[in-house]
Design a protein around this ligand. Structure first.
Ligand SMILES: [Zn+2]
Length: 202
């Protein structure tokens, strides 16, 4: 995908997430995979209001989440979290990754630190799972400022059928084949977690 097109899509999706209250302050970041070999991702810039991004407000990063030299804004700084985006794109083959500081997954991880089990709910279909006789455990990993530590924890618990990861006391990562699928999955996961929090105490 062309960088300009990716930048416009990332800005539009960021504005939608910001409107939902899931990118408060300047938190969260979205990425779109541009190429696989070598791995290149367009990631929203760090430290900006996510409701007001333009198509130019992206940084191209490599497989380690580091900004590449050959891009329109080589001086722009990617979020440190770009490293985990790149890891997820590589390991899960994701075409897009959403990272938001949404409250429900963080509260759920506090209550179920070993993983959040979801089952028997119609909304599971939104994550390409079954509404009956299927159990999805959303992994929970401890927060860290070191993206290689977070990446290793993600990879250790990775299940290709579970496109989400909760970082305790921090936020959630959700991915998909493209930005639209990643957003749909994020929206459905939020509903599932709200339901669980409202109906289960432990
Ligand atoms: Zn974050």
């Amino acid at each position: 995908m062309a960088l300009k097109e990716a930048g416009a899509a990332l800005a539009a999706e960021s504005a939608r997430f910001a409107a939902l209250g899931w990118m408060r302050g300047t938190s969260g970041n979205l990425s779109q995979t541009l190429s696989r070999d070598p791995l290149r991702l367009a990631v929203t810039v760090s430290g900006r209001d996510k409701g007001e991004l333009g198509e130019q407000d992206v940084v191209v990063v490599d497989a380690d989440g580091a900004a590449v030299a050959d891009q329109p804004t080589p001086q722009a700084r990617p979020s440190a979290e770009a490293g985990l985006h790149a890891r997820i794109a590589r390991v899960a083959g994701a075409g897009a990754v959403v990272h938001v500081h949404m409250l429900a997954p963080v509260v759920a991880a506090q209550r179920w630190p070993q993983g959040v089990v979801l089952r028997d709910l119609e909304m599971l279909k939104g994550l390409q799972r079954s509404a009956h006789d299927d159990e999805m455990t959303v992994p929970v990993v401890a927060n860290s400022q070191d993206m290689s530590v977070l990446g290793d924890a993600f990879e250790a618990g990775f299940d290709p059928a579970t496109p989400a990861l909760i970082v305790a006391r921090h936020g959630v990562y959700v991915w998909g084949r493209d930005l639209q699928q990643a957003r749909h999955r994020t929206e459905c996961l939020e509903w599932l977690l709200q339901f669980k929090l409202a109906t289960e105490q432990r």
